[in-house]
Design a protein around this ligand. Sequence first.
Ligand SMILES: Cc1cc2nc3c(=O)[nH]c(=O)nc-3n(C[C@H](O)[C@H](O)[C@H](O)COP(=O)(O)OP(=O)(O)OC[C@H]3O[C@@H](n4cnc5c(N)ncnc54)[C@H](O)[C@@H]3O)c2cc1C
Length: 400
Amino acid sequence: MQTKVGIIGAGPAGLMLSHLLHLAGIETVILEKRSREDIEGTIRAGVLEQGTVDLLNASGVGERMMREGLTHHGIELQFNGVRHRVNMHELTEGKSIMVYPQHEVIKDLVAARLKAGGEILFNVDNVSLHDVDKQSPKIRFQYDDSDHELSCDFIMGCDGFHGPSRKEIPDSIRKEKQQIYPFGWLGILAETPIANPELIYSNHDRGFALISTRTPEIQRHYIQVNPNDDINNWSDDRIWTDLKARVETSDGWTLPDGPILQKNIVSMRSFVCEPMQYGRLFLAGDAAHIVPPTGAKGLNLAMTDVQVLQRGIERFYQTGSKDLLDRYSEIALRRVWKAQRFSNFMTTMLHRNFNHSPFERSIQLSELDYVTSSRAALTSLSENYIGLPLEWEAERTVFS
Ligand SMILES: Cc1cc2nc3c(=O)[nH]c(=O)nc-3n(C[C@H](O)[C@H](O)[C@H](O)COP(=O)(O)OP(=O)(O)OC[C@H]3O[C@@H](n4cnc5c(N)ncnc54)[C@H](O)[C@@H]3O)c2cc1C
């Protein structure tokens, strides 16, 4: 088998890259180890930055999102039992976020790719990368019980944190920087009406809580727990009691409860792999970086990585020049680190660190007090949450 760009992984990064390259007339093949049903049913992120919404619309896959997604103009920050609205729409001159689940984005992208005759091989096994530092790299894999080899000009490692691509960058070159947080998120999907018109991020003495939504009927809420806790310790009653205590306010607002459809605990880390390229291998999305979900940046970063890649690949096939591709890592990492900074800021400001001294706890509450009082701080939080413009990176590079 042969193609121009071999893509490992049909997550948001791999699918969007394939879609964008198709629009530029560049053929790709996507290799995905899971089934179509599995990737289309996995619950993950839900907050799309303005830039991601614009990208989905501009590339022709935003129609269902615009119909079914929920536009939010702000968020609410809660501490000491009082809520403070952050009017992001006003603070960012008219921008907003869209609440539309990641698996719905996946469905829209898979449908668009297949409709356009794109090649996605699901349920592949034993994917391995070869000759990534040579002119013609190869991906070997098993599909339909037989061995295959895909020759290509470039390999895109869009295979998430646990995929095989990142390890192809030699140890002598690859630097992995990470921070593990002493917090876990117990997430639930619950069948209840929408609790609040906007997301609520609450810092409470018992720990952080996030009230969010997926659809008018299904809600996604989280509470901070010990990352090593066992989900079996959390009965549905215990979850609702704890969640309600963390978001209650003095004005009598109550959180609607209902049947819990799904619950699990995830740990939190920040992780960056530098560089994000080696030879003819390029990493995008979670394969190269992980952010704690407090800043809602994971999916959005995957989308900006692939826009940088698409421009570099397009330039290569149009002019023969690899200059932009050679700078992919430098350009993408600048944005990645800004998202890491913001995600770390939100995580440390909003979670209850039970190792903190009373002094440190008061400093944390004072930070929330400052952020919700100062227009400058609110503007900074808003522009980061809504998503910094990709043009910032573009202006400092030869990008077009
Ligand atoms: C449990 C969980 C909850 C999350 N919640 C949020 C959230 O609330 N907000 C937020 O912003 N972000 C969240 N994230 C992060 C966000 O979902 C990711 O940042 C996003 O999915 C990144 O997209 P990606 O395409 O880079 O990677 P992925 O979505 O991980 O896609 C990688 C794909 O590669 C495939 N793959 C892996 N190995 C191989 C292989 N060997 N061969 C072939 N295919 C392979 C995988 O099956 C997968 O389909 C969450 C992540 C997780 C794990």
